[in-house]
Design a protein around this ligand. Structure first.
Ligand SMILES: Cc1cc2nc3c(=O)[nH]c(=O)nc-3n(C[C@H](O)[C@H](O)[C@H](O)COP(=O)(O)O)c2cc1C
Length: 326
């Protein structure tokens, strides 16, 4: 598929996830077959005021192209200025966040609060589009709540103002992340616009990715929580779609090896202290379903150094029966 003039070779993208989709995780998911990745949302105001934390979030690892930087904000001029600055980090696409449900974001009129003001959504797209030479996309929800389900209208307005693709998360803001995602709204948006539509919500395995593509007609699927501690999901999806074959289960030994590599990359990028604070949740996700997982996951909370993680992985490895160590 294409987003504007950007070619994307594949059908499965990694969703933006604040606190998760940093350069290390995006690199890993790309290696496992993610065709496109989106970075953590970044405050447009933070960028314009040169906040170091915000600028760091714009880093786009070399290995992850094509990839997007995602901005949040609600002032067209500030968004345009932030997008111009973001271009120094060489993203392939600029994405606008119209879906974040967090109170601190929506109470400032940003994220999914934008769905209540479709006209403003259009003005934001137009402003960013005029500011940068790369494609501009939006990530929307089904609507604000069950009295305001307007994904189709918001997508059409964004397209009319220059959006090059639309990602649809099939839940309202009120639903946050809990009830099953509504894929029918993705199908409706796909029918209503001519730019590519990326479907998002509840893809947990290769079969559900294939089902979403089939049921909604969307051009690509985007995976969030299903990829946590599970970057293999992308190769599983690609194998099913390209060869109509399921993948073999990932061995516990490989799980441990990839976890170590993931956290090593984070330590190299951010320094050990900061990386290890974030590593706790990643390690817990990787250990899910493994022998002795409950105890391992509890110990993740105490990880302070990379050496602690190596020790914990040794324990995990000792739990694995000899037969499984392949
Ligand atoms: C920890 C976490 C952080 C997220 N951060 C972002 C974000 O920065 N920008 C965004 O558009 N969506 C964000 N999302 C929403 C996801 O991109 C995705 O839309 C949502 O999780 C539904 O997809 P899933 O069912 O595959 O998880 C986040 C979700 C999670 C779980």
């Amino acid at each position: 598929m294409h987003i504007g003039n950007i070619t994307i070779n594949g059908c499965a993208a990694l969703a933006p996830m604040a606190g998760v989709t940093d350069p290390a995780f995006r690199t890993l998911c790309t290696e496992f077959g993610a065709a496109y990745t989106v970075g953590e949302m970044v405050s447009a105001k933070g960028i314009v005021y040169h906040s170091e934390k915000s600028l760091e979030l714009l880093l786009t690892p070399d290995k992850t192209h094509p990839s997007a930087v995602q901005l949040f904000g609600n002032e067209p001029d500030t968004m345009a200025q932030a997008a111009r600055i973001a271009m120094q980090y060489r993203p392939d696409v600029i994405d606008i966040n119209m879906g974040c449900p967090a109170p601190k974001i929506v109470n400032n009129g940003c994220g999914s609060a934008l769905m209540k003001d479709p006209d403003l959504c259009g003005r934001l797209v137009r402003a960013v589009k005029e500011a940068v030479p790369v494609p501009v996309t939006v990530k929307i929800r089904k609507g604000w709540d069950n009295r305001c389900i307007n994904a189709v209208m918001v997508a059409q307005i964004c397209e009319a103002n220059g959006a090059d693709a639309v990602t649809v998360h099939g839940r309202t803001r009120e639903q946050q992340y809990m009830p099953p995602a509504d894929w029918e709204i993705i199908r409706q948006v796909k029918k209503a616009v001519s730019v590519p539509v990326i479907g998002n919500g509840d893809i947990t395995d290769a079969a559900s990715a294939a089902r979403m593509l089939e049921q909604t007609g969307c051009d690509m699927v985007m995976i969030g929580r299903g990829a946590l501690g599970n970057p293999w999901l992308f190769s599983e999806i690609n194998r099913l779609l390209e060869h109509d074959r399921p993948s073999l289960p990932v061995s516990p030994a490989e799980r441990v090896a990839v976890l170590l590599r993931h956290i090593r990359m984070m330590c190299d990028d951010k320094g050990e202290a900061a990386a290890m604070r974030e590593a706790r949740k990643h390690a817990a996700w990787y250990f899910k379903g493994m022998k002795g997982a409950a105890a391992l996951r509890q110990q993740c909370n105490t990880l302070a150094t990379y050496a602690d993680l190596v020790n914990l992985c040794r324990t995990a490895y000792e739990n694995i029966s000899l037969a499984d160590r392949s």
